[in-house]
Every structure is written in structure tokens, then in C-alpha cells.
Design a protein around this ligand. Structure first.
Ligand SMILES: *Cc1c(COP(=O)(O)O)cnc(C)c1O
Length: 404
């Protein structure tokens, strides 16, 4: 028998691929907005696993659904029907207005599935010559880590030395509708975009951008694919971020909080035309649509709505944004965001955002830096006003820390 591992960080470094650089904290328990490390220190989680735990850690109702289903039936493959998938379809379609649903597992798989589907739609419905379909994407996008996806990333770290990559993507600036208009060609089948660019540092487009995007896509018969894997399911204070702009995507991608953090569950939601092109044998996933995933996702969606988490995200997000804007420090260049998807951008002279994340850790808050100077603040949607006010005091203390 080997002795149980106690030096978690060193063992990870010795045996694991070093494709992450985590903060020096080892977590062993979570409940609601809080997580605890192996020493018993409590932290307010302001990352929420990149918005996968919108419903809070270990939500008791999702946990109960998972345990109940895990003891009954977990996986059948799609070679047979199971008694959870139909209800999952019904409930997610009723909630989002989708006409067709394709269940997958990770977010990247949902993105890949959407790309495959819109290309097929382009060839079989729009009449694009075979092999010529083009998809327009935005600079500074983040859609996942598969080869297909990193091939159209503009982030050198995500892309360099992983090629060769698949052709068929055209990159335009985010937030620029005239760039979209100029990029649309006869073979354009889709525009794939995040409503708010999360990994890029919570970048919001100018007002009216998505209304114009919707208009252009409709006019040119281009499918609008909104990647709501991070912005969706309440994060921005609405069920879907598209609702802020009063538009409807042709294809919507969900993942992350679709399981409340219990299990990888993602989905492509679409009109009939796009997913309608997929015929038996043309696409699949061993785990996609499995009964355990469906039971977990059904519970995750139910608590999000029934427990008022979406409305709470709007209310607490406004309180947090307002409080962050009032922090008296010249360390902060800008505070921005929508709902509980917020970011603090530091002045470049303030130094690396990571040291502020370490200072936040010392204050009992876990947050993640992105792109050097930005700290994302995205707690679970179950956060209370008192917890927001407590967080604001701690964030202020960390940002006013003197590192000299
Ligand atoms: C996280 C994320 C993905 C990828 O999801 P994975 O489950 O990590 O594959 C795709 N798009 C957006 C906007 C994301 O935030």
C-alpha cells in the first residue's frame, strides 16, 4: 500500500501535465457560495468553476437527483431509449423556446457539434458547394480546447504549435457589426460568437451590436450561433444573455451550469432546420443524453428557476458592480460586467493581477486573474446581500494592499 497523498500540490506537479497554474489552495469541501481548504479555511468562491456552479456548490436538490438516478440507471448509450431524456428535452425546450436539442457532455463538444451541424445545414439547405462552408468567428474568442476550436483562436497560448488546423473560419473583431457585414460571403453558413467574451476578460459589446448582428444574419441567411456556455443559465441576470438584447439565436450552446457542477452536461439548442439535418449515424456521443446527465440537468434547471437564482443574479450583480465602482483606489482602471459576470481591470502599473488574486485568497476570497491585468468576479448566483457586502470589504482590502 502506498501512503495516502498529503502533499497535494507537489504530487500534482510531479505527476500531472502542467497545463494549469492553480492558486496555492487545496479545496476539499463546498457548500453554496463557500469552499473550504484542507486546513479548514473558508473562502467565498468568486470563480464558480468558470460559471459551472451557478447554483452553488453541492446544491442539495441536484445532489439528491444525482444520487437517486445513480442508484437506478446511469448509462444506456443512445442505442436504446432511457426514461430521462424525453423529460430533459421537454423541460429545456419549454424553458428556452428551442425546437430541437442535441445533448453532449463538455462545452467544447457542444461547439464542435454546432459547427458540424451548421456546415451540414449550409450544404443541404442553403446550397453552399460541398467543402466550401465558412464560419465567421471573433478575435479573442474562447470556445474550448479541441483542435477544431483552437484552430480559430487568436490566443497564441491556446493555438501555437497545435496545428495544422482545419480551414473554413474567418476572424473579425468583436463588437463591430460592419466588420460582420463586410465578412459575410455567399458561402458563409454561420456566425459563432459569445454574448459577452468571458475568457477575454468580460468584454461587453457596444449597445445595439447584437440587434444589428441578428438583422445581418437574417438578411444573409447566416445562422447565428450564440455560445452561452458561460453567459447562459442566469449568470448575467437573465436566463440567456441574448435576452438583454431582445434577440433570439438560431443555435444556442449551453454547458457548464447545465449540471450545476455535478457532471459534464452540454447541449446544442436550435431551430428545426439546423439540427434537423442530422440523421441516424451522422453524429453521436457515448455519454451524451445519458440518464444520469439528464436527471442532474433537469434538477439543475429546476432549482435555477424555482429558487429565483436568475433574479438574484440581477439584483446582487448590480449591488456588487456598484460597490466595486465605489472602491477608493487608483489600482483599478475599470469595473465592468452584467449580472454576476463581473471583472475588475487593474491599471497596468498596478502589476500582475495574480498577486491581487493571492491577496484576495488571504482575505478569504478565491478569484482568478485573466490576461495579466483583469480579475474576474463571478460568485454563485445564490449569493446574499450580506455576502456581497462582506466580499466588497475584502476585495477593497486586497486591492489596497501595499506590495512595495
Ligand atoms: C468554458 C467554455 C467553453 C468550453 O467548455 P468546456 O466544458 O471546458 O469544454 C466554451 N465556450 C465558452 C464561452 C466557455 O466559457
Amino acid at each position: 500500500m502506498m501512503a495516502p497523498v498529503t502533499d497535494f500540490i507537489a504530487t500534482e506537479a510531479r505527476l500531472g501535465a502542467q497545463n494549469y497554474q492553480p492558486l496555492g489552495v487545496v479545496l476539499s469541501r463546498g457548500e453554496g457560495v463557500f469552499v473550504w481548504d484542507t486546513e479548514g479555511n473558508r473562502y467565498l468562491d468568486c470563480l464558480s468553476a468558470y460559471s459551472a456552479v451557478n447554483q452553488g456548490h453541492c446544491h442539495p436538490k441536484i445532489l439528491a437527483a444525482m444520487i437517486e438516478q445513480a442508484g437506478r440507471l446511469t448509462l444506456t448509450s443512445r442505442a436504446f431509449h432511457n426514461d430521462q431524456l424525453a423529460s430533459f428535452y421537454e423541460e429545456i425546450a419549454a424553458l428556452t423556446g428551442a425546437h430541437k436539442v442535441l445533448p453532449m457532455n463538455s462545452g467544447a463538444e457542444a461547439v464542435e457539434s454546432a459547427i458540424k451541424s451548421v456546415r451540414k445545414w449550409g450544404y443541404e439547405v442553403k446550397g453552399v458547394p460541398d467543402g466550401q462552408a465558412e464560419i465567421i468567428v471573433c478575435a479573442d474568442n474562447f470556445h474550448g480546447r479541441t483542435l477544431g476550436i483552437v484552430g480559430f483562436s487568436t490566443d497564441a497560448a491556446a493555438r501555437d504549435h497545435f496545428g495544422p488546423f482545419a480551414p473554413g473560419f474567418r476572424i473579425i473583431p468583436f463588437g463591430d457589426a460592419s466588420a460582420l457585414e463586410a465578412a459575410i460571403a455567399p458561402n458563409t453558413v454561420a456566425f459563432l460568437v459569445e454574448p459577452i467574451q468571458g475568457e477575454a476578460g468580460v468584454v461587453l459589446p457596444p449597445p445595439g451590436y447584437f440587434a444589428k448582428v441578428r438583422e445581418l444574419c437574417t438578411a444573409h441567411d447566416v445562422m447565428l450561433i450564440l455560445d452561452e456556455i458561460q453567459t447562459g443559465l442566469g449568470r448575467t441576470g437573465r436566463l440567456l444573455a441574448e435576452q438583454h438584447d431582445g434577440i433570439e439565436a438560431d443555435v444556442t450552446l449551453l454547458g457548464k451550469a447545465l449540471s450545476g457542477g455535478f457532471y459534464p452536461v452540454s447541449a446544442v439548442l436550435s431551430n428545426n432546420a439546423v439540427l434537423g439535418t442530422l440523421k441516424p449515424g451522422q453524429h453521436g456521443s457515448t455519454f451524451g443524453g445519458n440518464p444520469l446527465a439528464c436527471a442532474v440537468a433537469r434538477a439543475a434547471l429546476r432549482v435555477l428557476v424555482e429558487e429565483g437564482m436568475i433574479e438574484n443574479a440581477a439584483v446582487q450583480g448590480a449591488r456588487l458592480l456598484d460597490g466595486l465602482k465605489r472602491i477608493p483606489t487608483n489600482t483599478i482602471r475599470e469595473v465592468r460586467g452584467r449580472g454576476l459576470m463581473l471583472a475588475i481591470e487593474l491599471h497596468p502599473e498596478a502589476g500582475d493581477a495574480r498577486r491581487y488574486c493571492e491577496a484576495l485568497q488571504g482575505q478569504g476570497i478565491l478569484a482568478k486573474d485573466t490576461h495579466g491585468h483583469t480579475i474576474r468576479i463571478a460568485p454563485p448566483l445564490v449569493i446574499s446581500s450580506d455576502q456581497v457586502d462582506w466580499a466588497l470589504q475584502r476585495i477593497e482590502a486586497a486591492l489596497r494592499q501595499d506590495f512595495s
